[in-house]
Each structure stands twice: as C-alpha cells, then as structure tokens.
Design a protein around this ligand. Structure first.
Ligand SMILES: [Zn+2]
Length: 226
C-alpha cells in the first residue's frame, strides 16, 4: 500500500435527496478542508463557453437538440481531475454505472482513493423541509416557515426583498423529485454499497452534526491531504 505519493488524492462522491442539505455540507467542507469542488454541469458550461475541443463537441449535440453523451461528460470530468491533487468533491458525476467504473479505473491509475458519502433522510422529513422553504427573490437567501422564519413575514431579513416559494418546492413536485431521486440513485448506490466504499449518514440531524460526521469520515478514513 503506497500512500506517500506527493500528488495523492481522494475523490468524494456525494449522494443525497433534494432537501437533505447535500449542497450546503459539500460547499462548507470543501471550503474548510480546502478541497476542490467540481460540478459536472458547471464544467460542461465552462467548456462550451470557452470553446474547448470537448466543449465544441458538446455544443454540436446541444444545438441539434440532443443530450450530451455520458462518455463526453466522463472525458470532461476526468480531464479536469488531471491537473488536480488533494481532496475533490464531485457534483453531478457519476450518474451511471459505466461512468462510475471509468472513474474507478482512473483513480486506480493514479493511486487515488474514493470515498462515497450517502446522506439519507425520511421522505416525510424532506417533504416538510422543502414545502416550507421560502426564498428571497432579490438575494436568494433561504428561509423556512417553521425552522428559520424571517423576522417580518414575507420579507427578507438581509435585503428587504420579497420571499416566495419555488415551483419546485410545491408538495406534488417535491414528491415527484424524491421519487426520481430514489429511482435514479438506487443502482449507483447499490454499486458503491457492494464495494464497501460508501458511508451512509442521517441527514436529519442539525447541520453542525452532519458536518462533523462527514468531516470525521473524510479526515478519519483518508487523512487530510498534505
Ligand atoms: Zn434578500
């Protein structure tokens, strides 16, 4: 087991249903642990905007009304990993078992480790959290009717903007989003569970507790990158 490579790395793949706080946890820890944060969606947009070879190829699919092929997204993500070391959070990738296997083979090639975090919560808990969520139209601040109400109803504490509920957070839409998440994540989560690289944690705890648990998993198991 070689673990003293100067350019060692750990890639973190994070699962979590809508409303579980995955984005907040990943963003906070990426900042705190000085991990990189790679979003496949941002990467795709940046490649298209900059007109890279991969970006132009993606654009030709988008222009003809099709989806960008999985294989192209894989090449973009792996290429972006080439120049990095240390800790890296991946967002939006992998989405398929083929992508997962290509990522694993890439990581083996570099002697890097993979850590999968699976943040879970009961659907009823998520439903309550999401349907009570209200957002500032001006600055994007997020409130919750029960847990984090604004001082003045309907008005943002920070900027005085109007608060509203996103269409995505209406009960029937939330139920559908959760169903889609369960269906789409099941095969990959099963793939990672079988490999024994996935740590499942409850996302129903207060944010600080969840942060502590994920932090311990990342640092305790993998060591802080030098
Ligand atoms: Zn505001």
């Amino acid at each position: 087991m070689k673990s003293d490579s100067a350019a060692s790395g750990v890639v973190v793949v994070f699962f979590g249903p809508p409303g579980v706080g995955k984005g907040t946890v990943a963003t906070r820890l990426a900042e705190e642990l000085k991990y990189h944060f790679i979003s496949s969606g941002d990467l795709l947009r940046a490649n298209v905007k900059e007109g890279t070879e991969l970006g132009r190829e993606a654009r030709s699919h988008m222009d003809s009304g099709g989806l960008v092929p999985d294989q192209l997204v894989t090449r973009m993500v792996l290429k972006s990993l080439d120049s990095l070391s240390g800790g890296i959070f991946l967002d939006g990738f992998p989405r398929t078992q083929v992508q997962a296997e290509e990522l694993e083979s890439y990581l083996r090639g570099r002697g890097w480790r993979l850590q999968v975090i699976d943040l879970t919560a009961d659907d009823r808990f998520l439903m309550k959290r999401l349907v009570e969520r209200i957002i500032c139209r001006s600055c994007g601040a997020i409130y919750h009717r029960t847990n984090l109400p604004p001082r003045v109803e309907g008005t943002c504490d920070h900027c005085g903007g109007a608060l509203y509920q996103r269409d995505d957070d209406r009960p029937d839409v939330v139920a559908r989003r959760l169903e889609v998440y369960h269906q789409q994540s099941a095969p990959l989560r099963e793939h990672y569970r079988r490999q024994g690289v996935m740590l499942t944690l409850s996302g129903e705890k207060p944010l600080e507790e969840t942060l502590a648990a994920v932090r311990a998993a990342l640092i305790g198991r993998n060591g802080a990158p030098e």
